[in-house]
Design a protein. Structure first.
Length: 280
C-alpha cells in the first residue's frame, strides 16, 4: 500500500492566509485628533505669600476699627432717636395728667377752706339753738363736717412710665420732680384716709343721734328744706363731743391743705419743665 504523505506546504499557506484575514482590536487613541488651539491653560497660583509690611496691617486694623465704631454709633443714634420719640409721647401724656391734677387740686383747696370755715361756724351756732335761721346754718355747717372730697390724681401715665422702666428717657431733674410729687400725693391720701375713718366711725355715729339726715339730703339737692330740722339729745356732753370731733377734723384738714399747696407748686414746676423740654 502506498503511504499518503501529509501536504504541509499547503497547510502553512492556508495558515498564513487565515492569519491575514483576522484583524486585531483597533487602537482608540490612534483615531483621536486633539485640538489644542482653543484650550485654556490654567496656571497654579503662587502659594508663596509675600510678607506684608506693618503699614498694611495698621491700615486693615484701622478700617476694621472704623467699621465697627461707625456701626456702634449708628445703632446708638437709632436707639437715641427712638427713645426721644417715646419720651415726647410720654411727656405729652404727663402734661395732660398734671394739667388735670392742678385743676382738681384747686377745687380741693376751695372745698378744704369751706370745710374749715363750716366747722368754725358749727361751733359758734351750737351755742345759739332754737332760732330756725341759725338752725339752718347749723345744719349746713354740720353737713360740711360730714362731707368729704378726696384728691384723685390722674397718675396713669406716670405709673406706666415707672412700671416699664421708661423714666430713663427723661432727664434726672424731671424724674426727681415726678418721684417727689408721687410721694407727696401718697402722703395726702394717707391723711385723707385717716379723716374718712374718723368721720365714719366717730362723727357720723354722733351726728345721727342729734340731727335729721333727710335735711342734709334736702340741702345737698340745693332745693327747699322740706323736712323737720329737729335737734335731739342736745346737752352739754353731746355738744362737747361733737365740737371736739369737729376740731380733730379741722386740724386734719389744715394739714391736708398744706400738702395740697405743696402739690400745686410741684405740679406747676413739672408742667413748666415738660413744656420747656418738649416744646408742649
Amino acid at each position: 500500500m502506498e503511504e499518503i504523505q501529509p501536504q504541509s506546504g499547503n497547510n502553512d499557506t492556508a495558515g498564513h492566509e487565515n492569519s491575514g484575514m483576522v484583524s486585531g482590536p483597533a487602537d482608540p487613541l490612534s483615531e483621536v485628533t486633539v485640538n489644542t488651539a482653543n484650550m485654556e491653560i490654567h496656571h497654579h497660583p503662587d502659594l508663596i505669600h509675600k510678607k506684608k509690611h506693618l503699614k498694611e496691617y495698621l491700615i486693615e486694623f484701622l478700617m476694621l476699627f472704623l467699621a465697627v465704631t461707625l456701626g456702634f454709633i449708628a445703632e446708638n443714634l437709632r436707639e437715641h432717636l427712638s427713645e426721644k420719640d417715646r419720651a415726647g409721647i410720654y411727656a405729652k401724656s404727663l402734661y395732660e395728667d398734671f394739667t388735670t391734677d392742678t385743676s382738681e387740686l384747686h377745687k380741693l383747696m376751695i372745698f378744704t377752706n369751706e370745710k374749715i370755715t363750716g366747722i368754725d361756724s358749727m361751733e359758734a351756732n351750737l351755742s345759739h339753738l332754737g332760732d330756725r335761721y341759725r338752725d339752718s346754718i347749723l345744719y349746713r355747717s354740720v353737713l360740711f363736717l360730714l362731707s368729704t372730697f378726696q384728691f384723685d390724681n390722674i397718675n396713669g401715665a406716670y405709673d406706666q412710665i415707672k412700671n416699664t422702666g421708661s423714666l430713663r428717657f427723661f432727664n434726672q431733674s424731671i424724674v426727681n420732680d415726678l418721684n417727689s410729687y408721687d410721694a407727696t400725693s401718697e402722703k395726702l391720701k394717707l391723711m385723707e384716709d385717716w379723716e374718712n375713718k374718723f368721720l365714719f366711725e366717730k362723727v357720723a355715729s354722733q351726728a345721727v343721734q342729734m340731727f335729721n339726715f333727710k335735711v342734709f339730703e334736702d340741702i345737698g339737692k340745693k332745693g327747699p328744706i322740706s323736712h323737720e330740722m329737729y335737734l335731739k339729745n342736745l346737752n352739754s356732753e353731746s355738744i362737747d363731743i361733737l365740737v371736739n370731733q369737729g376740731e380733730i377734723i379741722k386740724r386734719l384738714r389744715v394739714r391736708q391743705l398744706g400738702q395740697q399747696k405743696i402739690l400745686i407748686q410741684k405740679a406747676n414746676g413739672i408742667l413748666a419743665s415738660l413744656k420747656n423740654e418738649y416744646n408742649l
